[in-house]
Design a protein around this ligand. Structure first.
Ligand SMILES: Nc1ncnc2c1ncn2[C@@H]1O[C@H](COP(=O)(O)OP(=O)(O)O)[C@@H](O)[C@H]1O
Ligand SMILES: [Mg+2]
Length: 239
């Protein structure tokens, strides 16, 4: 089966410095795939390249069998990939609903359909619906993360990429975000999850990749990586 997303020997640099040094990975439709690794490993650089915000120096990215590594970011969204960025990047002075509407820019004009998707996001995150008219800046960190995920869903992606959705959240909020991901997967959304929280991500993932200084050093199914000795030592804080 052709993978939904295929990354082949991807190299990404900032000037002379290579941040991603030839990584390859695959995401099958319907799966949750996680990319785990420490600070500075190249996770965000990878996601920003997949969504067209950075251009690779070498390598290929294929989505549903077609090259997208030279396709503009807005066109990648239109084709079905959404990106919830690191650090959330919501607009604090705009209302929750206005933030969600921004996520639907690739579908502008389709007012009724956009309305349906907003309602779907409110069904997934009732708290956002209850507070739809409030400035997004009044939300807690965890709630803002939900808004960032909700906004990414507004383009009706087939693949959603999340960059460290658990960063800075309380364990309860983190659990809420992760249980929403399970619900999304149940609805048929494919997920590429970037995380430093290896335990949580691998518990959820069908497949995982471990990235260290721009290279994939391990790949396996979620349970196998969770039991892997190197992963346990390096990422789960075990002796
Ligand atoms: N805008 C940038 N300019 C120069 N170097 C950068 C930039 N962004 C990230 N880097 C470097 O690229 C490497 C990978 O960073 P990043 O992709 O953000 O890692 P991660 O998301 O895994 O923490 C790091 O060494 C980082 O310092
Ligand atoms: Mg990062």
């Amino acid at each position: 089966m052709t993978p939904m997303l295929e990354v082949r020997d991807l190299v990404v640099a900032y000037g002379a410095i290579e941040a991603v040094k030839g990584i390859s990975l695959q995401v099958q439709a319907g799966d949750v795939v996680t990319l785990i690794g420490g600070n500075g490993a190249g996770k965000t650089t990878t996601l920003r390249t997949l969504s067209g915000l950075l251009r690779p120096v070498a390598g290929q990215v294929l989505f549903e069998g077609e090259r997208i590594d030279r396709v503009p970011a807005h066109e990648i969204v239109r084709r079905g990939i959404a990106h919830s960025p690191e650090g959330r990047r919501i607009f604090p002075r705009m209302t929750i609903e206005e933030n969600l509407e921004l996520g639907a820019y690739s579908r502008r004009g389709k007012t009724a359909e956009i309305r349906d998707t907003i309602d779907r996001v409110y069904a997934l995150f009732p708290m956002l619906g209850e507070r739809r008219g409030q400035p997004a800046g009044t939300l807690s960190g965890g709630e803002q993360q939900m808004l960032a995920v909700g906004r990414a869903l507004m383009s009706q992606p087939r693949l959603i990429m999340l960059d460290e959705p658990s960063m800075g959240l309380s364990p309860i909020m983190m659990q809420k975000i992760f249980s929403t991901l399970v619900e999304l997967k149940g609805q048929g959304t494919t997920i590429l999850l970037v995380e430093q929280n290896a335990q949580a991500a691998l518990s959820l993932a069908d497949r995982g990749y471990v990235i260290e200084t721009g290279r994939i050093v391990l790949e396996d199914n979620g349970p196998a990586l969770l039991g892997n000795e190197l992963v346990r030592k390096a990422y789960l804080g075990e002796e």
